[in-house]
Ligand binder design. Structure first.
Ligand code: SIN
Length: 535
């Protein structure tokens, strides 16, 4: 996911090796300023921002321990509404020093937070969930304002995101250990599960709330404390969620938020021996750097990285279900999710019919500002995202692919891009090898089930995948053969807090959500009691 490149990294010893990652994007996005006030804004955005400000949810400072804090050097960074290009707010642009203080706060808070009962932690999380849901509308508005997705999708994200906190509040009470039958009669063996410690959570802009709650919910439930680094492109939702955590009574230092200078913040996480766990959602390239950087202090790492999702449509699929599913799998969040269908692989017998039906559906998609009625596709996050889509389409068409709809910037300007279908795509084109992270659906043709599986698995990524077929036998066979962490069969809406989310191969390490996601924040401790036969 190119756009996740916002988190470049630079640790003392890694500085020279990774200096090329001091992201160009960061430099484009960061308009440093010392004014704390919002600047130019459209009327709509202004009235939404002022309502949010009245409700106390429009925060512009980071959270370190019990204090909302400016950057120590007073720098700020503009948050831009991608649908209008307007500035929404100037937020603190923090770096290494603020991050080190946030880590210390989290480290101090860990002593007491890890000792209170699971039932108490559960109650705090439940309260936080209730507040997130009570402020669903405002949080959704914030998401649309800073990220651009249609308001309906933002409302969905709030429920989805809050769901991770609810699930964690329930699961907190079920972190069981084990008793192991002892190999010697005078021994008793058992296993305790204990929190890892301070967690550094680095999250992307495409789900400004859900990618935070998916990490922080289980972390806090297990007794860990956290420092969150939200994307500098979408920090406002993270800050609002943190404010609601405070209102829920979550003690100071348990949750901290720093944002701004991504390389410096990443370095501080990696360099600190107090940070025992890094959890990251973003690009594969940055995930690899974080994994390497964590080696020095041997941190536990979980990574949710880029995908290259195949969406396989067999001749025997229900056409209606396949088209609706493909639309959802491809165009959710303007194609900007790690599990968005990246290759639509269609069997030859249904190819023409499917392409025509998809074309009809795409023709009816309304593009615009996420606050406007009926809009199903908002802008892309920034110019770099549009350029990536353009270059993939250019490469594909230069090698024989055909644009059957879209294929150009939308007349609305800025970063709006037309929903696009490209036919006659091959698996060796860049569009099939790289994650587009945009609203472009490449159609590939296949003959047999074996072909489909071979094409689908011919990638280093292995996150989301989709299969459309009416054969129960085939659905099992193909689901088992796909080298992917998630498989949607006749269904595209597969993300939920109750199921494990994570990738095979270079799509990541570990799982988020579900009972499996809890293990990522736990250490296993074996205790052996000896000489138990002594009177
Ligand atoms: C992602 O894009 O990283 C997450 C998508 C999801 O949770 O469905």
């Amino acid at each position: 996911m190119i756009s996740h490149m916002n988190m470049a990294l630079r640790s003392p010893m890694l500085l020279s090796r990774y200096s090329h990652l001091l992201s160009a994007k960061l430099q484009i996005q960061m308009h440093l300023s010392t004014s704390p006030l919002t600047r130019k804004m459209s009327t709509d955005a202004r009235s939404i921002a002022s309502q949010l400000s009245n409700s106390g949810l429009l925060k512009t400072q980071g959270l370190i321990g019990e204090k909302w804090s400016d950057a120590y050097d007073g720098k700020t960074i503009q948050v831009i509404n991608p649908a209008t290009g307007d500035s929404i707010a100037d937020v603190a642009c923090m770096g290494g020093r603020e991050t080190n203080d946030a880590i210390s706060s989290a480290y101090d808070a860990f002593r007491s937070w890890s000792k209170i009962t699971a039932a108490e932690r559960s109650k705090y999380l439940r309260k936080w969930y209730d507040l997130l849901m009570a402020h669903k509308e405002e949080l959704a508005q914030l998401i649309t304002l800073e990220q651009g997705k249609p308001l309906k999708e933002s409302l969905g994200e709030v429920s989805y995101g809050a769901g991770f906190i609810e699930f964690a509040s329930e699961e907190a009470k079920r972190i069981y250990g084990d008793i192991i039958p002892a190999p010697l009669s005078d021994r008793r063996l058992f296993v305790l599960k204990q929190p890892v410690g301070v967690v550094g959570a680095i999250t992307p802009w495409n789900f400004p709330l859900a990618m935070i709650t998916r990490k922080v919910g289980p972390a806090l439930a297990c007794g860990c404390t956290a420092v969150i680094k939200p994307s500098e492109i979408t920090p406002l939702t993270a800050l609002a969620a943190a404010e609601l955590a405070i209102q829920a009574g979550i003690p100071a230092g348990v949750l901290n938020v720093v944002m701004g200078n991504a390389p410096d913040i990443g370095d501080a996480f990696l360099a600190s021996p107090q940070v025992r766990k890094i959890t990251f959602t973003g690009s594969t390239a940055v995930g690899k750097k974080l994994m390497a950087g964590s080696a020095e202090t041997v941190k536990k790492v979980s990574l949710e990285l880029g995908g290259n999702a195949p969406c396989i449509v067999f001749d025997d699929a229900d056409l209606d279900i396949a088209v609706k599913g493909t639309l959802a799998a491809k165009f959710r969040n303007s194609g900007q999710t790690c599990i968005c269908a990246n290759r639509i692989i269609v069997q030859e017998g249904i190819y023409e019919k499917f392409a025509n039906a998809l074309l009809d559906a795409v023709q009816n998609m309304k593009v615009g500002d996420g606050f406007s009625d009926g809009v199903v596709q908002g802008p892309l996050i920034n110019e770099a995202a549009v350029k990536k889509v353009e270059s993939l389409i250019h490469d594909a068409t230069s090698k024989g692919a055909k644009v059957i709809i879209g294929g150009k910037r939308h007349s609305l300007g800025l970063t709006f891009y037309e929903p696009t279908i490209v036919s006659d795509v091959h698996n060796d084109m860049r569009i099939s090898r790289e994650e587009a992270f945009g609203p472009v659906a490449p159609l590939l043709r296949f003959k047999t089930e074996e072909d489909a599986i071979r094409i689908a698995n011919d990638t280093n990524a292995g996150l989301g995948s989709y299969v459309f077929t009416n054969s129960i036998q085939r659905s099992w066979r193909v689901a088992e053969a796909l080298e992917y962490g998630l498989v949607g069969v006749n269904e595209a809406g597969i993300s939920t807090e109750v199921a494990p989310f994570g990738g095979f191969k270079q799509s990541g390490l570990g799982r988020e959500g579900s009972k499996y996601g809890m293990d990522e924040y736990l250490e296993i401790k074996y205790v052996c009691l000896g000489n138990m036969n002594k009177e």
